[in-house]
Design a protein around this ligand. Structure first.
Ligand code: BDR
Ligand code: CA
Length: 328
């Protein structure tokens, strides 16, 4: 069973990613070896409390959960209560949990889990890269220890940003951290070409993962009204209202479960190798993912950007699979 570590900031779509990975763990297709919480959509206390509560609701067996970075490396942290609700779970009232938090820092959990499964661990990041950047300081060989890294972050091939004209939120909130990830994979790939380039799933792909009220109804129906499905539907209702308020319609883009699914189905991604850096200085471009597609920098590709899905039905078919998995 493939060991998987999720570093997330729940967050409404992160909650779908957690529920999906738990159901795959319970079905025996993966081993959810660790869950790291990073400050992101809401503060660290809330991302931790939410992750533990969603694990409870999903009926997860004991999973090692650790709290990671409480903010960005170089700038004050920016929260998004308007997107995910004040506590990060939209309209869902999450139960209090008795699940214990691992005493280690999230960065240590990254390193320990990778060392425990050399060459096997699939790392998934669905929040800012702040904790992963710290893990890379602790263990610069992390890229070599992982089987692959899959990141929800950035936006590619000129697709517009969702935070500034050119930046995606997870990267924008901590560009220095995201750039350290790029530099770590650059260094690893320059000395060892067998290291897999980090796989970056940006808005050009993830904005296709549109969750509708019909899909929430389907989730609740297939799950026969389970407590998990009703809480997810309550959380998603807030996400619909947010997207509606910014003129995108009464629906939600659920980036994170698509990326979690892709991490388990790497063959379903059409990718392009690039050399990736993050703009950390530009007055108008800070947080921009700058992919070198033509070898201008003369460096080996440190990233693969996902440009399309090779599954019939595309992102909608993926969300149906995620729905059925969660409901099981
Ligand atoms: C990313 O930002 C967060 O709000 C979502 O959870 C997702 O990870 C999309 O830009
Ligand atoms: Ca997220």
């Amino acid at each position: 069973r493939t060991p998987v570590l999720l570093d997330c900031d729940p967050g409404i779509d992160d909650a779908l990613a957690i529920a999906y990975l738990v159901s795959e763990h319970r079905a025996g297709s993966i081993d959810l070896a660790g869950l790291v919480c990073t400050a992101g959509n809401v503060g660290l206390d809330d991302t931790v409390a939410n992750a533990l509560a969603w694990l409870d609701l999903a009926g997860a067996p004991p999973v090692t959960v650790a709290a990671g970075a409480g903010g960005a490396i170089a700038i004050p942290h920016v929260f998004t209560p308007e997107t995910h609700g004040h506590r990060g779970a939209g309209h869902a009232e999450l139960p209090t949990t008795t699940r214990a938090l691992d005493p280690r820092d999230g960065a240590e959990l990254w390193v320990d889990t990778a060392r425990a499964h050399p060459g096997e661990l699939v790392g998934i990041v669905t929040g800012p890269s702040s904790t992963l950047a710290r893990a890379l300081e602790l263990e610069p060989a992390l890229p070599r220890l992982l089987r692959r890294l899959v990141v929800m972050g950035g936006t590619f091939r000129g697709h517009p940003g969702n935070t500034t004209p050119v930046s995606e939120w997870n990267v924008d909130v901590d560009p220095e951290a995201a750039d350290r990830v790029c530099l770590a994979w650059d260094a690893a790939r320059a000395t060892d070409p067998t290291v897999a380039p980090a796989r970056w799933c940006g808005l050009n792909l993830t904005e296709r993962a549109v969750w509708t009220p019909e899909r929430s109804r389907r989730l609740v129906e297939v799950a026969q009204g389970s407590t998990l499905s009703r809480h997810l539907a309550d959380a998603l209702r807030f996400y619909f209202e947010f997207h509606d308020s910014v003129g995108e319609g009464y629906l939600a883009q659920v980036h994170d479960p698509l990326v979690a699914w892709l991490a388990l189905h790497p063959e379903a991604a059409l990718t392009e190798p690039v050399h990736l850096r993050i703009e950390c200085a530009g007055e108008h471009t800070r947080g921009m993912t700058v992919e070198d597609r033509r070898g201008h920098r003369g460096r080996p590709a440190n990233a693969e950007i996902v440009i399309d899905l090779s599954v019939p039905g595309g992102a909608v078919a993926v969300l149906e699979e995620v729905t059925v998995s969660i409901a099981d």
